[in-house]
Design a protein around this ligand. Structure first.
Ligand SMILES: NC(=O)c1ccc[n+]([C@@H]2O[C@H](COP(=O)([O-])OP(=O)(O)OC[C@H]3O[C@@H](n4cnc5c(N)ncnc54)[C@H](OP(=O)(O)O)[C@@H]3O)[C@@H](O)[C@H]2O)c1
Length: 257
C-alpha cells in the first residue's frame, strides 16, 4: 500500500465502479481510506474493483445506488449505513466524491424534456441531495469533491445541457465551501478534459485520427487517463489541501489555453 495519508478516513465515491470513479476509489483506498463505491448497472465491474482493492491490502465495498430518481440519495445513504458498520462504530464519512454523471446530452434542437431532466437529475440533483443527506454523517474537516468538467466553461452546443449541469455543480461547490467552511470542511470541483473512459470509447478508441485530435486539444499533448484525475482528487482529499476550498481545479492537461 501507499503512503496511508488517509488512514482512519472513510470515503464515498459515486460511480466508483468504472472510469474516473474507479481510479479515484483505487487511489483513495491506496492512501488508506475505507472506500464505499457505488454503481448503477454494472455489478460485475463494481465487484471487480472491490476485489482488486482488497487484494492490494485496501478496504472497500460496493453499493448498488442508481441515481437520477427521487429518493436516490436517501437510499444510497441507508445502504451505506448498513455496510459501514463493519468498518466503523457509527455511520460516518470523511470524503464525499460526487463522480457519477451522464457524460452526454443532445443539441438544442433535439434535447427532449425527459433527456434534460435526466442529465440534471443525475449530474446536479443527486450530488445536491447526497450532500444534504450526507451532512449528518460528514465529520468536521471533511472533504466534498465534485467531478465537474472543462465543458462547464466552454460552448459545446452538441451537448448543450451537459455543460450547464457542470456549471451548476461548480456553483454548488462554491456555496458548500462557504456554508461548511466553519466546520473545516472543504468543497472543491475537479474539471477533467477528455479522458479515455467508456463514455468516449465509441469515438476515441481504435480511431487514431480521433485520438490525435483529442490529444492535440491538451497542451500536454495526450488524451487524459482516469489516474490523472484521481491523483488530483487524492490531493484535495488529503490534509495537504486543507487551505483550498470553493475552487474548480482544472485537470484537463491544459486544454483550451
Ligand atoms: N470521461 C471524460 O472525458 C470526462 C470529462 C469530463 C468530466 N467527466 C465526468 O467524470 C465523471 C465520470 O465520468 P466517466 O467518463 O468515468 O464515466 P463512465 O466511465 O461512464 O463511468 C460512470 C460511472 O458512473 C456510474 N453511473 C452512471 N450513471 C449512473 C446513474 N444514473 N446512477 C448511478 N451511477 C451511475 C457508472 O455505474 P454503472 O456502470 O453501474 O452504470 C460508472 O461507475 C462524470 O461526472 C463525467 O461527467 C468525464
Amino acid at each position: 500500500m501507499g503512503t496511508q495519508r488517509l488512514e482512519g478516513k472513510i470515503a464515498l465515491v459515486t460511480g466508483g465502479s468504472r472510469g474516473i470513479g474507479r481510479a479515484i476509489a483505487q487511489r483513495l483506498a491506496q492512501d488508506g481510506a475505507v472506500v464505499a463505491l457505488t454503481y448503477a448497472r454494472d455489478e460485475a465491474a463494481a465487484h471487480d474493483i472491490v476485489e482488486r482493492i482488497r487484494k492490494d491490502g485496501g478496504q472497500a465495498f460496493a453499493l448498488h445506488a442508481p441515481l437520477g430518481r427521487r429518493g436516490d440519495a436517501a437510499a444510497l445513504w441507508s445502504g451505506f449505513d448498513a455496510q459501514i458498520r463493519h468498518h466503523a462504530p457509527e455511520p460516518v464519512v470523511d470524503i464525499i466524491v460526487n463522480n457519477a454523471g451522464i457524460g452526454r446530452s443532445a443539441d438544442l434542437a433535439s434535447l427532449t424534456e425527459d433527456g434534460f431532466d435526466e442529465v440534471f437529475a443525475v449530474n446536479v440533483r443527486a450530488p445536491f441531495f447526497i450532500v444534504q443527506e450526507g451532512l449528518k454523517r460528514l465529520r468536521d474537516a471533511g472533504r466534498i469533491i465534485n467531478i465537474s468538467s472543462g465543458a462547464a466553461h466552454l460552448a459545446m452546443p452538441e451537448a448543450i445541457a451537459y455543460g450547464a449541469t457542470k456549471s451548476a455543480l461548480d456553483n454548488f461547490t462554491r456555496n458548500l465551501a462557504k456554508e461548511l467552511g466553519p466546520r473545516g470542511i472543504t468543497a472543491n470541483s475537479v474539471a477533467p478534459g477528455i479522458i479515455d473512459t467508456d463514455v468516449n470509447a465509441g469515438w476515441l478508441r481504435g480511431n487514431p485520427e480521433a485520438e490525435a485530435h483529442a490529444a492535440s486539444v491538451a497542451a500536454l499533448g495526450r488524451v487524459g487517463r482516469p489516474e490523472d484525475v484521481a491523483d488530483v482528487v487524492a490531493f484535495l482529499a488529503s490534509d495537504d489541501a486543507r487551505w483550498v476550498t470553493g475552487k474548480v481545479i482544472d485537470a484537463t492537461g491544459g486544454s483550451g489555453l
